[in-house]
Design a protein around this ligand. Sequence first.
Ligand SMILES: Nc1nc(=O)c2c([nH]1)NC[C@@H]1CN(c3ccc(C(=O)N[C@@H](CCC(=O)O)C(=O)O)cc3)C=[N+]21
Length: 301
Amino acid sequence: MTGATVIDGKQVAASVIEAVKTATSALETETGAKAGLAVVIVGDDPASHSYVTSKSRMAKECGFTSIQHTLPAETTQEELAKLVQSLNEDASIHGILVQLPLPKHLNSEPIIQSIRPEKDVDGLHVVNAGKLATGDLATGLISCTPAGAMLLVRRVHGEDLSGLNAVVIGRSNLFGKPMAQLLLNANATVTVAHSRTKDLPTVARTADILVAAVGQPQMVKADWIKPGATVIDVGINRIAAPERGEGKTRLVGDVAFTEASDVAAVITPVPGGVGPMTIAMLMANTVIAAHRAAGKTAPKF
Ligand SMILES: Nc1nc(=O)c2c([nH]1)NC[C@@H]1CN(c3ccc(C(=O)N[C@@H](CCC(=O)O)C(=O)O)cc3)C=[N+]21
């Protein structure tokens, strides 16, 4: 039995996309500039290709100039660096996304840091990470998954999280750290827990807002959740689903959704929760970057 309200991330993402479309066409009408997103993918990992395809499709739907660079698995560090450099210099491109992970022989860190911060729509450049860490949310670009998860939190709790305990499980630069900073910036009392935390369930149970990015399928159980909490599930795990037929798989989050729904007040599903928000915020970051490049005040999402 599901007692919790299930947040429809697809629906919230669709409303963000509508706002992006409006901002994109307003910018074009005012300045003649068309927002441009370049997505770079190296190698042939099928999951990565499917994500990139949906990003490119969504970019077109938003009215962007959307270009996709598909490079062979044996691309060298120098070749990739050269491509990023040319995209940095291309005035028609406002956002550059290099799909991660890169093949093992490539070093992603210098590539990400070579993207001009103004075009870093993934929010992974140290300049953007630093702006978020110092509370400057107005001039940088915020990493898409935490930005999307935070937008869902704001839909539930409003802009001010004063007095609320938030626990983020996960401490990656990609998600956990920026998520914690967004929550802190909204006045939540934030705990960052991780694999070395002693007694994770007890720590998790202090959360009014529990954000799970543990990377383990259905690890967060009902007894990890404070009754009435908001649970944001950031996990994307593909597991075997023999009930659907031999060799079939399905997507699950980091939260044991069915049992968690009996305890939480609000919960995000997987699929259909944070995932669609990630793509929507990438579009939002691109139109923000395009506004700034044209010297216009960027829209807020
Ligand atoms: N530079 C970079 N930036 C990223 O933001 C980035 C990346 N690399 N590499 C891979 C991860 C993963 N990621 C997702 C985006 C959307 C869904 C999404 O829309 N998921 C759907 C389900 C999709 C499906 O059915 O497979 C959902 O949760 O409903 C999931 C995962 C972005 N990533």
